[in-house]
Design a protein around this ligand. Structure first.
Ligand SMILES: Cc1cc2nc3c(=O)[nH]c(=O)nc-3n(C[C@H](O)[C@H](O)[C@H](O)COP(=O)(O)O)c2cc1C
Length: 174
């Protein structure tokens, strides 16, 4: 059982969202926080169609149980069409019931500098559907923040540190 679940929401094998979540994982390790990552590239996905949880495959049922046991979440969100990417939204449609009244940090990763407010769609989904509150700051990164598979804009890592601090403060106080 892990306290914080990182959800890596990109299916791209060269995902930049995954690069930032690796950095977030390092921050959590340094703080001795018990966490685990659900990387959507590593699970067998099914489309959400409103069936009972028990009718989804084992990967999705296990993801649900892992998330249910956690205190908080950090969601790595690729921006597609100025919003949450389809695969991540589908995963949350199936699993977000586990997040009710808990806290989440958002890592929003886009191709361009102008898509920051796409993260507000995720905040809205979590807030209205399961009263899960997203902590600030939201971590935002875009194309030029990366070089050779690494983050070169240190401000992104600074924001990630702040977000993790805030998430721990809120979720461990409950
Ligand atoms: C279908 C699609 C739609 C996209 N829409 C946007 C967008 O609206 N704004 C933006 O800044 N980037 C957009 N992008 C670029 C992605 O956000 C960018 O490639 C990002 O790195 C994706 O995360 P990933 O590398 O973890 O997969 C889009 C990419 C795809 C494939």
């Amino acid at each position: 059982m892990s306290d914080i679940i990182l959800i890596q929401g990109s299916l791209n094998k060269n995902s930049k969202t995954a690069i930032i979540l690796d950095e977030v994982a390092k921050i959590l390790s340094e703080k001795n926080i018990n966490f685990e990552t659900i990387d959507l590239r590593k699970i067998k996905m099914e489309f959400c169609d409103g069936r009972d949880l028990k009718e989804y495959n084992e990967d999705l049922r296990n993801s649900y149980e892992t998330m249910k046991a956690a205190k908080a979440y950090i969601i790595g969100m690729p921006v597609y069409c100025y919003s949450v990417s389809g695969p991540l939204k589908n995963f949350l449609d199936i699993t977000c019931g586990t997040m009710e009244n808990k806290f989440a940090g958002i890592v929003c990763n886009a191709g361009g500098i102008m898509s920051y407010l796409a993260s507000a769609d995720l905040m809205k989904i979590l807030s209205y559907e399961v009263q899960a509150l997203s902590v600030q700051p939201t971590v935002y990164a875009w194309g030029s923040d990366f070089k050779d598979g690494k983050i070169v804009n240190l401000k992104v890592l600074g924001k990630a540190n702040e977000m993790v601090e805030r998430l721990i403060q809120y979720s461990y106080a409950k």
